[in-house]
Design a protein around this ligand. Structure first.
Ligand code: ATP
Ligand code: MG
Length: 419
């Protein structure tokens, strides 16, 4: 390597002008490269141009490689030419060197530049590997990856706020979940389907763990019950942690994160158990209530690791949730919890056409509006189960990130629609 002539491209990360010697530090996604110009040896025009570069400009440098102990990667380049490919304006909208902190809004307003920061890049490299681990895991388990429509005519669950859009001369909505379509795929005989895609929720959230557009990892599997798909889910989470801890050592180090791979199997608390824990901690919550954020945290702190809450009261779960055969006040459902928040919800689904029609009506919805879905239950629908896992929440909890906006490239919330 030493003595070779090379050409490198990158952003001008830093310029250290010491008078007689000037260091340019170039940056690309792999790291840093030092370009060293010595006044007495470098062509004067080149020296002058180099020291006057604007930070964050994109340049192409050709020069000879030399070993240099002091340089970031043990080498420096003695330049023969520096070509400006794209000059950056000055001042910059925000600092890239991480010496100066910036609040989340400033960072998101100039996301392209925020993403040049080492730590922000590290988050998205890890996110990429986490989702690769998810895809590999599901492919190994013989799930068929599908893409269902995001523009739909009807609400999946009613109730939940939807984003209406104009579809030619009709009203349509952005889909809040692939639920109905992945179930239809069970009738289609696909056995096991998975989808990683956007879900849209129009609730006016103002929290650190909700966005109005999120990424969901969904599965649906035939001839399985809720326990079967819980086992798939915990193994998946385990594998993602393991894969990331092996593949992302430099990124985890950059973020100062020490990953602990969660142990299998995850603890299972029934809803009644979890309720008792919350009540013991002084939370006023009654049977049949959903856990509020604070009660959820209290149970999470008591457990201290990933866990499931199973056997939810039927009436607080969606109509497609299967009742328990022995006691229909309860359902064959679960939430996967990280101590900090919910990561996934799943269940065995109702596969009987008549029961499903009835459940839709009991939940206050009009079964006729669901005919496209119900039709798939009338001509041979196997028993099936599935879950939806929030990809953003999986990544944020894994990395101990406070704000979901930090793990989404261009987050969409009530206030933010751009960039
Ligand atoms: P929560 O009670 O936390 O608002 P939920 O029960 O409404 O979530 P589900 O409909 O069960 O959410 O969706 C399955 C998973 O998708 C959730 O466990 C979560 O990880 C993720 N998810 C749902 N809504 C959002 C959102 N608005 N922002 C980010 N992730 C979400
Ligand atoms: Mg849920």
């Amino acid at each position: 390597m030493g003595g070779d002539t090379v050409t490198v491209t990158g952003w001008v990360h830093e310029i250290r002008d010491l008078g007689g010697i000037c260091f340019l530090v170039l940056r690309d996604r792999e790291g840093f490269m030092q370009v060293t110009m010595v006044k007495k040896k470098t062509d004067p025009d080149l020296f002058d141009m180099g020291r006057r570069l604007n930070r964050e400009s994109v340049v192409l440098v050709t020069g000879v490689v030399k070993e240099a102990n002091q340089a970031p990667n043990g080498y420096e380049i003695i330049p023969e030419s520096v070509n400006m490919l794209s000059e950056a304006e000055s001042p910059l909208p925000m600092d890239v060197t991480e010496k100066v902190g910036a609040d989340i809004d400033t960072r998101l307003d100039s996301r392209f530049i925020d993403l040049r920061r080492r730590t922000t890049l590290a988050v998205f490299v890890i996110r990429n590997h986490a989702l690769k681990a998810v895809r590999d895991f599901l492919a190994n388990e013989e799930f068929i990856d599908i893409q269902t429509p995001k523009v739909v005519a009807a609400a999946t669950e009613g109730g939940t706020a939807l984003f209406p859009i104009t579809y030619f001369n009709r009203e349509a909505f952005l889909n809040q979940s692939p639920q109905l379509y992945k179930q239809i795929m069970m009738s289609a005989g696909f056995d096991r389907v998975s989808e990683i895609g956007s879900i849209f929720r129009a609730e006016e959230h103002d929290t650190l763990r909700h966005l109005n557009e999120a990424t969901s990892i969904d599965i649906e599997a035939s001839f399985m019950d809720h326990s079967d798909v819980m086992r798939i889910l915990e193994r998946l989470v385990h594998d993602v942690y393991e894969y990331v801890s092996r593949q992302c050592v430099p990124q985890l180090e950059a973020l100062g994160v020490e990953l602990t791979v969660p142990k299998l199997p995850f603890r299972r608390l029934t809803y009644d158990d979890a309720l008792a824990v919350a009540q013991q901690q002084g939370h006023e919550i009654e049977w049949g209530d959903d856990f509020g954020t604070v009660a959820e945290r209290a149970v999470g702190n008591a457990v201290g690791e990933h866990y499931f809450i199973t056997d939810w009261p039927l009436h607080i779960k969606p109509y497609y949730t299967h009742p328990r055969e022995d006691d229909s006040r309860y359902s064959k459902s679960f939430d996967l919890m990280h101590p900090r928040m919910e990561l996934a919800s799943g269940s065995q689904r109702v596969h009987s056409h008549s029961l499903l029609r009835q459940r839709i009506a009991v939940c206050g919805l009009d079964p006729d509006g669901f005919e496209f879905y119900l039709k798939a239950f009338r001509y041979g629908m196997p028993p099936h189960a599935g879950w939806g896992l929030g990809a953003d929440r999986l990544v944020m909890t894994m990395l101990g990130v406070e704000n979901i906006r930090d793990v989404v490239l261009f987050p969409r919330d009530r206030k933010r629609l751009s960039p």
